[in-house]
Design a protein around this ligand. Sequence first.
Ligand code: ADP
Length: 444
Amino acid sequence: SATPSATPSATASAAPEGEEGDAADLATQSLLMKKLHSKLVQTKSDLEVLQKDPNSPLYSVKSFEALNLKPELLKGVYAMGFNAPSKIQETALPTLLADPPSNMIAQSQSGTGKTAAFVLTMLSRVDPTRHYPQCLCLAPTYELALQIGEVTQQMSQFMQVKIGYAVRGERVSRGERLTDHIIIGTPGTVMDWGLKFKAFDLKKIEVFVLDEADVMIATQGHQDQSVRIHRGLRKDCQMLLFSATYDEPVMRFAQAVVRDAVVIRLRREEESLDNIKQFYIMCRDQQEKFQALSNIYGTISIGQSMIFCHTRRTASWLSEQMSKEGHAVALLSGELTVEQRSSVINRFREGKEKVLITTNVSARGIDIEQVTVVVNFDLPIDQKGNPDCETYLHRIGRTGRFGKSGLAINMIDSDRNLHNLKKIEAHFGKKIYHLDAEDMDEIE
Ligand code: ADP
């Protein structure tokens, strides 16, 4: 079936303060990740599995053939260019597709193949000859629901499956009974359609998916709505919950809605500062920071680099200054839509620009392998003005995947900043060397 008529406007996260803003920001971030991950993210970390029955053997598959999928579904999987299951799919799919169905809670970072896994599960359980909703998938936003719909459409291209979108702007008329096989939507609209208008029967749902549970519970009202939808389902409906993070509130929510679940977790690889040489440069003010930076770029040969600023304003000022000096810079900032951001990042990945200037929020969670120099034009600080060590590590640290060595340069323009830098140094127990802006020899 067709996607909703209204054009999805992937809104920028000009997010207001407070929780609501954070949730919008999380959802935007999540959508950006989906758009950026056109390939699987490979990880070396181990999979942890917690089973309801620890004695039952754990199956894992190395091929899609081994799953005994319907031929038209297998054809769809191959048409998407998937040759073999991803790490999380190897273990999750046999359990997801087994009968009687098991519930599952799965956590792994974005890009590791969760969406493909639950879409495959829905498509493998749906009976296209019965014309009513049999699978229901909840997502936190309109855009994320659409994204899941696109994957479903692709994977079911050789099947006769109708997808319905329960999202804002889509209406059902009084007394209408939906004939879609799979409903994908946001909690509010799904609740209206299922409970208020009874446009479909929740009792006939065989597979219930809660995607992006972490973003879901950060969004006001979504948690309660999801719980109410969940209450309308049959006890033996297969319930699946996916999340990129594994915080306490997410897990509490997960355990409450998905009972007796097999829990699968793929830990994120640890980042470390081991291969990174860290420096700091003392400057008097922003102008001097720029001069020092410009000096660095003029002295040493730098492959690709990222420069972090505290505010959008500084970021755009700096990008202007650097452009004037003839550097090919890209600016990644919060004003951009998700489409624009992913295009900026993709251009940078392709090497079209050598310098990416960004704020913290815009670059959260973005891994760009070929970056060898990271500059903190401003040190990462939290809302209280204390050093934010986690963000520092995430900007500068490397995982085992990117074994390369790197260089980190911190620009310091006040005693307070210097104090914060010393705290960061103490926190990680790794020396951050002083660098004379006039004499770059020490770097090389
Ligand atoms: P997640 O939901 O964990 O973010 P996705 O299911 O969206 O991950 O997968 C991330 C990317 O990898 C997508 O572009 C998807 O098409 C691709 N992908 C998923 N599973 C496989 C697979 N088994 N083989 C190859 N590519 C895959």
